[in-house]
Design a protein around this ligand. Structure first.
Ligand SMILES: [Zn+2]
Length: 206
């Protein structure tokens, strides 16, 4: 496991409630394997504490809807869109469209023509199995904790760099947007590893 804020693996599990102290627990607290989280438990608390950057993470993926209720994100996704590109290259887009009975993935390249003889290069459209979808969302939300990433990653010193954006739309209409310009989250390479197969299928590189 890596911290989504700094990428470090020096991580403690947060214990909530009043713990039963034992020699074992004291040792784990000393070694930074566990930290105490206090007695207030909300049900959406972060599970991990990074010993490097001191950020907490690992809360269950949720949003608070208009009625003030916690809405689980994974079960309520209507689409996930990922765009990446630059001025000289054009734009690549992966779009997962979740309907009641089907999930489809579409990949498209726009902008500068690709160096390929095939008309199909840069394009993919197919059904996503539920098993594939479960694995994908499990990785994004339970391993990379993408719902806890910053909203913006920008390096303003770079001109004509690479722009990217992840948009997660929920069935309640809420959206989660994460974007960047020539700057990236700590778990960027892990994220690319999850999305890369879809680029590959469409004959694109990521
Ligand atoms: Zn960290």
């Amino acid at each position: 496991m890596k911290c989504p804020f700094c990428g470090n693996t020096n991580i403690a599990r947060i214990m909530y409630g009043l713990p039963a102290f034992s020699d074992n627990l004291v040792q784990e607290l000393k070694e930074g394997k566990k930290v105490l989280g206090g007695c207030c438990i909300s049900g959406i608390d972060p599970v991990y504490h990074c010993n490097e950057c001191n950020n907490k993470f690992g809360s269950p993926a949720h949003v608070i809807d208009s009625n003030g209720k916690h809405l689980n994100i994974i079960g309520n996704i209507s689409s996930i869109e990922f765009n990446i590109g630059g001025y000289f290259y054009g734009n690549d887009c992966v779009f997962f469209d979740v309907n009641e009975f089907d999930i489809f993935v579409t990949v498209n390249h726009t902008g500068r023509p690709l160096e390929s003889d095939s008309d199909e290069a840069g394009h993919l459209e197919r059904r996503v199995t539920f098993e594939e979808w479960d694995k994908l969302t499990d990785k994004l939300f339970n391993k990379l904790f993408i719902h806890e990433w910053n909203e913006n990653y920008d390096d303003l010193s770079v001109c004509d760099g690479e722009q990217w954006e992840i948009t997660i739309t929920l069935t309640c209409g809420d959206t989660l947007k994460i974007s960047g310009s020539s700057a990236y989250p700590a778990l960027w390479s892990e994220f690319k590893r999850i999305i890369r197969p879809y680029f590959k299928e469409a004959g694109l590189k990521l």
